[in-house]
Structure formats: structure tokens, C-alpha cells
Design a protein around this ligand. Structure first.
Ligand code: SAM
Length: 233
């Protein structure tokens, strides 16, 4: 049996590459995305009443990894990349049908110049991700307080993030354009995006990630992430 699915829209986000995107929604609360609706769904009636829900489920397609296929076993980064779990026991992007699901905070709806859009916050989606469906988060059914989270019982430990003098002055330059930039960088880097096999090393490697049209460089110094530079790409 084959099912054809038509995306309802796509999301634009600050995350221009996979590297450093938090592993789940809500970890970087300042990460804002804008869903624009495709023809056939570009009608405000589709969103009527949605503002009464504080949070929404987004179902989406892991479009950037979809052509990489999948295997029954994956190595979750949570386990340091050394142990394997069944793909259905993980939230891996490499899965049959490549469907992702994220709970995000509702922001606002707008309909301007005949274009319907929806702002959401706390996203973990790459820029340009196709959106397949949107549903309200319903606390009485979706929140299970006594649920067991297995290997992902607790949110990841956070790292301290500081800004060098140079990075602070560069931040000032860009903050009028990106008002939540400092918070976003702080939230993303506090997740320690380094690959698992780098975490125990004491190297002075400089890492880089892109947010919006900016390249952010940082180093790990005394167990802290120190932002060194923020520059236009
Ligand atoms: N919350 C979703 C879920 O549980 O289905 C996604 C979890 S997945 C572990 C999160 C990672 O997916 C992000 O860190 C990012 O690297 C990756 N990702 C986000 N959007 C993607 C896309 N469109 N294609 C491929 N990978 C994507």
C-alpha cells in the first residue's frame, strides 16, 4: 500500500543546517519559525480557533535526510553514539517514512497579501522543512505526568555559555535585526552541540554553526562554551 501525502506548507526557521539544532522542541524557546501555507491550504479558515491553544503539534517531513534510508537499529546521540536501539524506540531522523513530530508554542496567525502564516516557537526544525499537519496539543490526553522516558527521562544537562568582548559587540550590531539573538545563541549552545566523541576531549577546537545568515564561532574553555565571533556569512 502506498499513501501519497501533500505537505500543507513549509516552515522558515533560524536553523540553516542540521548541526547544533536542539534534539527536541522547547529546548531553545527563542527559536521562532514561520509556517507559510501552500496553495490549497492558504485559507484562514484552516486555522480558525487555533489561538485558544497555547501549544501545537507539528507533523513534518525530515526532508534533508529522507533519501538516506533507514535501518532497524540506530545509535542515539544520548547514548554517546556507542549503543544501538531499535529505530522505533528512538526519535531518530533516519526512519521509515521520515515523519517528525514536535510540540511547539503557538505564536500568532496572520493573513497578509493573500498569504496565510503561523508563527510558532521552541522549534527543532531545519529551515524549509515541509509541514504535513498541525494539531492542537491537548494537555489532558497528551501530558502523562508519570510516563517513563527510558534513556531520555531527563532533559540534557546544560552548559554555561558566555560571550567574548568581541562577540558581545558584534551581538549589539545584529540585535536590532534579530532581537532574540543572544537568547537563541545561549539556548542552542547550552545544549552542547558537539559530537559525542568530542565531549571528553580537552581540545581548543573552534566550532561554528549558522543561525539566520550568521556564522557563530565558539570554543570550549574550562567546561564553558565561549562565543568568540558572530559574523555575516
Ligand atoms: N521532535 C522531532 C521528533 O521527535 O520527531 C525531531 C527530533 S530529531 C532527533 C531532531 C533533529 O532533527 C534536529 O536536531 C535536527 O538535527 C534534525 N532535523 C530537523 N529538521 C530536519 C529536517 N527537515 N530534515 C532532517 N533532519 C532534521
Amino acid at each position: 500500500m502506498t499513501i501519497n501525502i501533500q505537505p500543507i506548507g513549509k516552515i522558515s526557521t533560524p536553523y540553516k543546517e542540521k548541526f547544533a539544532i536542539p534534539r527536541q522542541p522547547g529546548l531553545a524557546k527563542s527559536a521562532e519559525g514561520k509556517i507559510t501555507f501552500f496553495e490549497g491550504f492558504n485559507d484562514p479558515n484552516y486555522l480558525r480557533g487555533i489561538e485558544q491553544f497555547s501549544h501545537l503539534w507539528l507533523l513534518f517531513h525530515f526532508h534533508q535526510t529522507a533519501d538516506k534510508g533507514h535501518s532497524p537499529l540506530v545509535r542515539p546521540p544520548r547514548l554517546g553514539g556507542n549503543k544501538k536501539l531499535g529505530v522505533f524506540a528512538t526519535r531518530s531522523t533516519f526512519r521509515p517514512n521520515g515523519i517528525g513530530m514536535s510540540v511547539v508554542e503557538f505564536g500568532s496567525v496572520s493573513y497578509q497579501n493573500n498569504q496565510l502564516s503561523l508563527i510558532v516557537r521552541g522549534i527543532d526544525l531545519l529551515d524549509g522543512t515541509p509541514i504535513l499537519d498541525i494539531k492542537p496539543y491537548v494537555p489532558y490526553a497528551d501530558s502523562i505526568v508519570q510516563a517513563s522516558g527510558g534513556v531520555a527521562q531527563h532533559s540534557p544537562e546544560l552548559m554555561e555559555v558566555t560571550f567574548s568582548e568581541q562577540a558581545s559587540s558584534q551581538l549589539n550590531q545584529f540585535e536590532s535585526h534579530y532581537p532574540k539573538l543572544a537568547a537563541l545563541i545561549q539556548e542552542v549552545l547550552s545544549q552542547d552541540p558537539r559530537p559525542a566523541y568530542h565531549k571528553d576531549s580537552h581540545s581548543d577546537k573552534t566550532y561554528g554553526m549558522s543561525l539566520y545568515d550568521l556564522n557563530i564561532q565558539w570554543q570550549v574553555i574550562n567546561q564553558q562554551n565561549v562565543v568568540l565571533a558572530i559574523q555575516l556569512i
